[in-house]
Design a protein around this ligand. Sequence first.
Ligand SMILES: Cc1cc2nc3c(=O)[nH]c(=O)nc-3n(C[C@H](O)[C@H](O)[C@H](O)COP(=O)(O)OP(=O)(O)OC[C@H]3O[C@@H](n4cnc5c(N)ncnc54)[C@H](O)[C@@H]3O)c2cc1C
Length: 370
Amino acid sequence: MPDFEITVVGAGVVGLAIAARLSEKHSHLVVLEKNEKYGLETSSRNSEVIHAGIYYKPGSLKARLCVEGRDELYALCRQHGISYQQISKIITATNDQELKRLESIYQNGLANGVGLEMLDKNATLRMEPHIETVGAIYSPLTGIINAHELMDYFYHKSTNDGATVQLRCEVVKIERTSGGYEITVRESGIESSFTCEVVINASGLYADRVAAMAGIDIDQVGYRLSFAKGSYFAVVPSKAKLISRLVYPVPRDEGLGVHALIDLGGRLKFGPDVEYLSDANFDYSVAESKRAAFAASIRHILPAIQDEDITPDMSGIRPKLQRKGELPKDFLILNERERGLPGLINLIGIDSPGLTASPAIARYVETLLS
Ligand SMILES: Cc1cc2nc3c(=O)[nH]c(=O)nc-3n(C[C@H](O)[C@H](O)[C@H](O)COP(=O)(O)OP(=O)(O)OC[C@H]3O[C@@H](n4cnc5c(N)ncnc54)[C@H](O)[C@@H]3O)c2cc1C
């Protein structure tokens, strides 16, 4: 008999959502987290937006799981008192060229089954009088959520159902055994091992390294991650009421473009930009030297913001399967049965919309196990 039925590596929002779902039927489940608390990495360093599902390639896991997860998140928030607001969003075009690109984003969103509305200049300005616009997409289903409260909910649901969440416990080795896997962990410098049938790798920025521990050649199979930092700047409170919903530009390069975010406390922030890191040395500080470039990007959609109105805020790091300049890649979520590793579920490249999709990712993982 193995010591545990299921091991989840990583207690970010995805690992916790999976634990909350699977612990309903499998109480012999353990979640291992290397930090002193759950959710201290990417899951607490993001925009906390419930994405509607507009931009992702139709038919992709990102599109499907975002749309499903969005509806599930709103339902969870209502049922369990998790703070959220269905605040809505505008994607504003500022010239005729952007207006053309807006049309294809609109069609993409419709193909994903997202309810959207095209607005002309006057209708947009009636909603958001201070923004730069010649026309916009209105997304009524976009919202904001308190990611910590969501993770608290998943954590308590899992542990109430009998799961164990082991903190300060780093997975350092994974070995295939006849009946499953032997997991070696390091706690306070001491290594110990236990056995389990199923391993779910939800380790975010470390997911490629954890996959490699199980013997997968991550370069050969294309699992090696690259890292794209996203920084935010906060806007002075006196200008926080210039907009009343999230405002995004038409994306130009990678990412969704530096956009305006309102958090549940009413603070206005702009971000995140996209800065590929040269190595896996994660530094979350936000460079003051970015101020002028940030302010210029912001003025593109909200002209009243001056350089001195913004201050460096927080940052997060996206685990990406694509390299700089490449097209976005889909979530990679699969049972490694065909590589001779049955019961090893890898989740790699879970960047945005991973928070929104988290409950749907959990359901998808459950189907991979059945
Ligand atoms: C700047 C930015 C903005 C974003 N905005 C949004 C948004 O608005 N909406 C949205 O839907 N998504 C957004 N995302 C994406 C979203 O934040 C992520 O997809 C999601 O948080 C990923 O969760 P996770 O649990 O996979 O990873 P993580 O939160 O990184 O959790 C992984 C956990 O695994 C642990 N771990 C790693 N290795 C080991 C090991 N060996 N042993 C034990 N534990 C280990 C880590 O300590 C960590 O706690 C954004 C991301 C970024 C970076």
